[in-house]
Ligand binder design. Structure first.
Ligand code: SF4
Length: 405
């Protein structure tokens, strides 16, 4: 297929595909799916070998958010039966992190619900970061606290944070359909602040909210412009009690095409399969490791993932290896550049799931806008809760029960 040969060549050269080429990947047929995966897999192996980076989520503060992100089970007005608690203490967070690290994770992602942190919250998270770093040599820490005010990114960096996550989630033109309490520009501003403070930027998207192919390509090209080091690709987890609970728009095949498109547009960037991996890829998860070089271990913020042990078995069975703390995730040219897809000057590209700030979770398009026709298969809307696929987290951080890492 000429398209795939062209995309492989461009990916190996870190050259930006055209928008038409990116759209064509999303439009490929099921007959061509394995060829698409094989082609994007060549690009993945060129820059990341067969390594899989494991990340571990610690939800520092769950629920009770004043924002209205439609995909999020922690949003204002959510009736989802999620865990609700306020800030974990530093030792509690460190204990939760230790479980993920023992399971093979090398990065801990500290996430808190809310519009953004107060300066007192930054103090609190700074103490938590220092505690985790003191107790776990070599751990990478990423903070995900919402919109940042001036100076907060610098303070997190000084406390030892390595990275900051804030997702764009969807295209600029549809952003107002999923959230009204803050803007797309607010999100871009926070990613820019994190980058400027010397934090490794992590920013990604949520697919399955009823968006069109054009929206998906738009957000991925915008991410490349922002040049994060890691791009988390979330697949909407339609949580009961959120406005997007009925948005079951994804198939495993579409998820694979989306991941392949992200890999071609952001060839040398950590592409992470985030929330919704188990829900939407299901038995096709191992195939997706040919596209993404990073996943979350165990549970998500407010919903359950498959057991950490099953993640490790899947990686080994598929012929991949867990990336160690002595291995550098990014290709040398990006490390030398300090962060970012340094090679291209045009676009660059990095969390998790089902509820929460920026990185995780899933939603679906906000009730106000009709989903684009091309995005939603006729069978998409499921009127019945999929309790077989979506389970609210009842263990780990914020509970007395052990996590499943
Ligand atoms: S994504 Fe973050 S800001 Fe939006 S409702 Fe959820 S916790 Fe609040």
């Amino acid at each position: 297929m000429d398209l795939l040969n062209t995309l492989v060549d461009k990916g190996l050269r870190r050259e930006l595909p055209t928008r038409e080429e990116a759209l064509a990947v999303l439009a490929t047929s099921d007959d061509d799916l394995l060829d698409v995966v094989a082609a994007a897999g060549k690009v993945r192996r060129q820059w990341f070998g067969r390594r899989v980076k494991l990340n571990y989520l610690v939800n520092l503060k769950s629920g009770l958010c004043p924002e209205d992100c439609s995909y999020c089970s922690q949003r204002l007005g959510s009736t989802a039966g999620i865990l609700k608690y306020t800030w974990l203490k530093p030792d509690e967070a460190s204990q939760a992190a230790a479980a993920g690290l023992a399971g093979g994770a090398k990065r801990v992602c500290l996430v808190a619900s809310g519009r953004g942190p107060t300066d007192r919250d930054v103090d609190r998270v700074s103490e938590t970061i220092r505690t985790i770093k003191d107790q776990n040599e070599g751990v990478e820490v990423c903070a995900c606290l919402g919109l940042l005010s001036d100076g907060q990114a610098e303070r997190l960096r000084e406390a030892g944070a390595d990275a900051y996550n804030h997702n764009l989630n969807t295209s600029e033109s549809t952003y107002g359909d999923i959230t009204t309490t803050h803007t797309y520009a607010d999100r871009v501003d926070t990613v820019t602040k994190a980058h400027a403070a010397g934090l490794s930027a992590c920013s990604g998207l949520i697919a399955g909210m009823g968006e069109s192919d054009e929206d998906l390509v738009d957000v991925v090209y915008s991410l490349r412009e922002l040049d994060p080091d890691s791009v988390p690709v979330n697949f909407l987890i339609p949580v009961e009690g959120t406005p997007l609970a009925k948005e079951w728009n994804l198939t495993p095949q579409r998820c694979l095409r989306i991941l392949a498109m992200v890999r071609f547009v952001c060839p040398d960037v950590e592409v992470r399969i985030a929330g919704g991996r188990e829900v939407h890829l299901r038995t096709m998860q191992p195939l997706a490791l040919n596209l993404a070089n990073s996943i979350f271990l165990g549970d998500y913020l407010t919903t359950e993932g498959q057991a950490g042990k099953a993640d490790l078995e899947m990686i080994a069975d598929a012929g991949f290896e867990v990336e160690g703390t002595d291995q550098v995730t990014l290709p040398e040219h990006r490390v030398d550049a300090g962060a970012g897809c340094g090679s291209h000057g045009s676009a660059g590209c990095g969390s998790h799931e089902g509820a929460g700030c920026g990185s995780h979770e899933g939603g679906g398009v906000c009730g106000t806008a009709a989903p684009a026709a091309s995005a939603v298969p006729a069978t998409a809307v499921n009127e019945q809760p999929r309790t077989d696929l979506v389970a609210v987290r009842r263990r780990g951080a914020g509970t007395d029960l052990a996590p499943n890492a």
